[in-house]
Design a protein around this ligand. Structure first.
Ligand SMILES: [Zn+2]
Length: 376
């Protein structure tokens, strides 16, 4: 992985590069970011940069013999510890990171933005929760006592250290207290509050922000050839999480924006015949899509409210949506706006609890029509 393959995050990349160039590489670093953020990708790019034999001003070269191995995750000085669990093929004492390496490489190389659920599915663990075991930490202690094979440093990347067994966490703490020479620990975590405070305090923290909507859109377009409207709809729901964005891609199948716009127009014009027809279409979306649509609607609706408060708060919207937000904001005030937002989240709540979608839709339509006309 190279820094150039990761969208945005310029400041963090620069800070990491500078630490290497100025010889200030901390022996333990904690890449902290939510699921679907660039925390793992940045740690990988950083490790690649550290080991690169031909470092460029702001990135690894990508072609030296170290980079070639790092990019395939087969460099002998680059080690991984991640949560694992017993599977059909690996059981008992064999349940150790090192026995899942082939799968780990496939998984990370497919996308470094995937989450724990995807990892568990990838190794065939069904509904089990992975962990970093006691025995794993014994292996780790052995591993770091060995010298680096090729590079200057031995690098140990621990993915989701929050899933360490307490014994393992204490073993890691010992290692951080008396760091073995020329060994770097890169902890890639989603939940620092679940780590021992004594561990976090011994690491240098690299805060990794979630992706922006624009970055999510760009990523979907680059990697999945998603067309603009669909990418935008997914970005509205993904909350900066590229893993969620990839998963939503297969679920989000309709033109949410067009449907929402027509819905509100029909509500405003009291066109109840059309609304009944729309309730049939809503029913056909299926439960997941109905929920996604309502979340999308709620998000866009919040933008309308924000626009009414201060237009400059809306930083990015495709042209159609922007026009809609501008027009629609004229019909809203703090009072009917709040009521409508409540109505939409109520509808979502009912759909989630298996209410009849047609009834929910018609019911919400009537409420929204009254709110829009100030008739309540
Ligand atoms: Zn290189």
């Amino acid at each position: 992985m190279q820094f150039s393959q990761i969208l945005g995050q310029q400041d963090t990349k620069q800070m990491l590069v500078n630490s290497v160039r100025q010889n200030h590489v901390a022996h333990a670093q904690l890449f902290l970011g939510k699921e679907g953020s660039a925390n793992l990708a940045l740690a990988l790019a950083y490790a690649t940069y550290i080991n690169c034999e031909n470092k460029q001003a702001d990135d690894s070269c990508g072609t030296c013999s170290s980079c070639t191995k790092m990019n395939k995750l087969v460099h002998p000085d680059f080690n991984f510890v991640m949560p694992v669990t017993a599977t059909k093929n690996i059981t008992g004492k064999d349940v150790l990171s090192q026995n899942f390496l082939t799968q780990w490489r496939e998984f990370v190389l497919a996308s470094p933005y995937q989450g724990l659920n995807e990892w568990m599915q990838h190794i065939g663990a069904e509904n089990k929760q992975g962990a970093i075991s006691k025995e794993e930490s014994r292996q780790l202690v052995k591993l770091v006592s060995l010298k680096a094979f090729e590079g200057d440093y031995k690098i140990v990347l621990i993915w989701l250290p929050e899933l360490m067994h307490p014994f393992a966490a204490n073993a890691l703490l010992k290692l951080l207290e008396e760091p073995p020479a020329k060994t770097l620990f890169l902890l890639v975590s989603q939940q620092a509050d679940k780590l021992l405070a004594t561990i976090t305090s011994r690491t240098q923290i690299v805060q990794v922000r979630s992706f922006t909507d624009e970055e999510v859109i760009a990523w979907l377009q680059q990697n999945y050839n998603t067309e603009a409207t669909a990418a935008y709809q997914v970005a509205q729901l993904a909350e900066g999480n590229l893993n969620m964005a990839a998963n939503l891609l297969s679920e989000v199948s309709s033109d949410y924006f067009g449907f929402f716009r027509d819905w509100l127009r029909n509500c405003y014009s009291y066109k109840f015949g059309e609304l009944l027809d729309m309730s049939e279409d809503f029913q056909k979306l299926g439960r997941e899509n109905q929920k996604n649509f309502l979340l999308y609607a709620l998000n866009l609706f919040r933008k309308v409210m924000l626009y009414g408060v201060d237009a400059s708060l809306i930083t990015y919207l495709p042209a159609d949506e922007m026009k809609f937000v501008q027009d629609f904001s004229r019909l809203l005030n703090a009072d009917n706006g709040t009521r409508m937002a409540e109505e939409l989240s109520q509808a979502h709540y009912h759909i989630e609890r298996n209410a009849n979608p047609k009834i929910v839709f018609v019911d919400s339509s009537i409420q929204i029509a009254h709110f829009l006309r100030g008739n309540y």
